[in-house]
Design a protein around this ligand. Structure first.
Ligand SMILES: C[S@@+](CC[C@H](N)C(=O)[O-])C[C@H]1O[C@@H](n2cnc3c(N)ncnc32)[C@H](O)[C@@H]1O
Length: 214
């Protein structure tokens, strides 16, 4: 089990004169947002991940979600991504974004959280998710909604803001009917669509697709 000390925010009065205090404030704020993101994702996914499941988190970023699944649900978790920002001690592999380094039907749960709209080839990611998922397993895909004008404005606005901090661009957002067509093309059947709400008024509306091998 890995633990890391969260940065602490400086007393507010130090912000009046100290650039270093601003840096500490920003680090503490970022850590709070990051931890809240992992906790929220965990709470949303946990009902769909059986205890002890063999899981791969595709596009795992820092791996914190996978670590929560291991520590709280006893899951056997592997992380993969196209870049290495892993901060955990979980097994992690950088891959080419197209061919998952896993055997066929290797996993009970394949997690693809907010990844497809960043992927150069989202269909390849979905086909691979289908391949490595067991026949009785599930692929769990979270996405940001763009079905209404308001959702589109929030989703694009948020990603423009995200890109300024992380240099992480996006390729394509899709409406629900287009995702459904994409899942079908990859051999995945939509079992459930779970609205996940939003972090705040200006944040994207999120949705979880629970997919079964067709
Ligand atoms: C918005 S982040 C989401 C990270 C994490 N899943 C989460 O929910 O916090 C998008 C992630 O997708 C990764 N990514 C982009 N293209 C990918 C691909 N083809 N396969 C796997 N991951 C990819 C990025 O490197 C990044 O870690």
């Amino acid at each position: 089990m890995t633990t890391a000390l969260a940065p602490t925010a400086p007393p507010r009065w130090q912000l009046l004169y100290s650039p270093r205090a601003w840096r500490r404030w920003f680090a503490a704020k970022s850590a709070r947002i990051r931890d809240a993101h992992s906790e929220r994702a965990y709470d949303q996914l946990a009902p769909f991940v059986p205890a002890g499941a063999r899981v791969v988190d595709v596009g795992a970023w820092d791996g914190r979600l996978g670590r929560l699944l291991r520590d709280r649900r006893g899951c056997d978790v592997t992380l993969v991504d196209v870049v290495d920002h892993n901060v955990t001690d979980l097994p992690f592999q950088v891959y080419d974004g197209r061919n998952l380094p896993l055997a066929d039907a290797d996993r009970d749960r394949v997690i693809v959280m907010y990844v497809l709209h960043h992927a150069a080839d989202d269909l390849a990611v979905l086909r691979e998710a289908r391949r490595v998922c067991r026949a009785d397993g599930r692929v769990l895909v979270a996405e940001d909604r763009v079905d209404t004008v308001g959702e589109k404005v929030r989703t694009i606005g948020f990603h423009a803001w995200l890109a300024t901090f992380t240099f992480m661009g996006w390729t394509r957002f899709r409406k629900e009917h287009a995702w459904r067509a994409r899942f079908a093309a990859a051999g995945l059947r939509v079992e459930e669509v779970v609205p996940l709400g939003a972090v705040g008024a200006l944040w994207p509306r999120n949705v979880l697709y629970v997919l079964a091998p067709a």
